[in-house]
Design a protein around this ligand. Structure first.
Ligand SMILES: C[S@@+](CC[C@H](N)C(=O)[O-])C[C@H]1O[C@@H](n2cnc3c(N)ncnc32)[C@H](O)[C@@H]1O
Length: 402
């Protein structure tokens, strides 16, 4: 592979924005890809993948390059050089690469393999939490899986099209997909492409949603005609899925504490042809009290550490702080206790997170059940990235008995 100057400069500028200006990698990549209209698919792929690779392997490359967490532009070029050498890419004779110690880089990479937190490129505190909660063997396996590149998965919008017809439609737009085992709504892209530019997307035929995330809405066992509350709806990935399972019949009340996220949901719902969703911003507890004992089904897709989706958001390894874990666990417990009041007798409740830590998952459910005897545990699913090949998720189904 030959390195092109303008592409490499874009990578360095983007890393500067992520590491020094605390910008979100996803947003930075989106901006970077708009930088030059003449770039072809290969150039865009290089820019996006290289940025994500260096973000993912920041700690490992930082140790190898000896840059000591100082991300000056010179040091960013050093990280880039480590990336290129480890990929077996020949460095051009640009001033930034002068004196790059190619053999030492390879030697240091071998040395790094003996310390898990460096080898898998995560902060020490996160490694300690993972070992404490999951044990060495499981945590090591999951970390390796979480460092793989995330695939692009689509969810067919069955309100508008069936999966086989969507595949044919996308093929005409030069997007090849394949079905995902045990997941009737999911399609995997065989090659990464910008699916948001397709006609199929504009027509609302699909949403981009990981295969594990697609298991949550069906887990709530909703039926057309029900009253369903999606309490932490965000931009509505799962709300839209619930609507399509309910065939647009009944009522979904989508809530979140951020009006901006619900505004995105509104746009997405329009494109998806979803018209049974009411949106409510949670400004105080009144919204919840009004719906007491009234819902056939409640989904709590709780805010969490996101440790199950590091593959998709590698920069959150560096943004997450140990104190946040304590705060978020308290929020989860509070949300469970407060929002469960909306479930009516005989109604269902799903508590879900995109974390693989028991303290955010089964431990929360166990402690909730202790103080809420009116609910019974039905079943739960712990989806581990190493086993599923997709994001890490947890979901528990509870039922209100009296
Ligand atoms: C995991 S995300 C939801 C993702 C969304 N359900 C989807 O499928 O696209 C968690 C959401 O909870 C929201 N949130 C955080 N604290 C909350 C609270 N106390 N009550 C309700 N929502 C909250 C966040 O704004 C965020 O949108």
């Amino acid at each position: 592979m030959r390195l092109h100057r303008n592409l490499c400069f874009t990578v360095i500028d983007s890393l500067n924005a992520i590491f020094n200006d605390e910008e979100y990698a996803g947003k930075v990549v989106e901006k970077a890809l708009k930088r030059d209209k003449r770039w072809g698919a290969r150039d865009r792929k290089f820019v996006a993948e290289t940025i994500y690779d260096i973000v993912r392997w920041k700690r490992l490359y930082n140790e190898i390059a000896g840059t000591k967490d100082h991300f000056t532009r010179d040091n960013l070029w050093k990280l880039f050089a480590v990336w290129a050498v480890l990929k077996g890419i020949e460095l051009p004779d640009w001033k930034y690469f002068e004196g790059t110690p190619v053999r030492r880089i390879k030697g240091k990479f071998d040395e790094a393999q003996s310390t898990r937190a460096i080898k898998e490129s995560i902060p020490d505190w996160m490694d300690e939490v993972g070992v404490k909660e999951l044990g060495e063997a499981v945590w090591s396996r999951e970390l390796t899986a979480l460092n793989l590149k995330a695939e692009v998965i689509l969810r067919v919008n069955t309100l508008k099209i069936d999966i086989a017809t969507l595949q044919k439609f996308l093929r005409k737009e030069e997007i090849e997909t394949e079905k995902v085992r045990d997941n009737p709504t999911a399609l995997r892209l065989t090659e990464r492409k910008n699916v948001f530019l397709t006609d199929a997307f504009k027509r609302g035929y699909f949403e981009v949603q990981d295969a594990s995330s697609q298991l949550v809405a069906p887990f709530l066992q909703v039926q057309p005609g029900m009253r369903v509350v999606d309490t932490c709806a965000g931009a509505g990935g799962k709300t839209l899925h619930l609507a399509s399972i309910m065939q647009n019949k009944g009522q979904i009340i989508a809530m979140d504490i951020y009006a901006g996220k619900l505004a995105q949901l509104k746009k997405r719902a329009k494109r998806a042809g979803v018209h049974n969703v009411d949106m409510r911003v949670i400004e105080n507890t009144k919204v919840i009290k009004k719906l007491k004992d009234s819902a056939d089904a409640v989904l709590i897709d709780a805010p969490c550490s996101g440790i199950g989706v590091l593959k998709r958001n590698p920069d959150s390894k560096w943004k997450l702080q140990p104190e946040f874990l304590d705060t978020i666990r308290a929020t989860q417990a509070e949300i469970l206790s407060s929002y469960s009041r909306m479930v009516k007798k005989g109604g269902k409740l799903v508590y879900a997170t995109c974390s693989i830590l028991p303290s955010e998952n089964q431990d929360q459910v166990t402690s909730f059940l202790k103080s809420h005897p009116e609910f019974k545990f039905v079943e739960d699913r712990k989806i581990l990235p190493s086993k599923s090949g997709f994001d890490g998720f947890y979901m528990a189904l509870l039922e209100r008995e009296n």
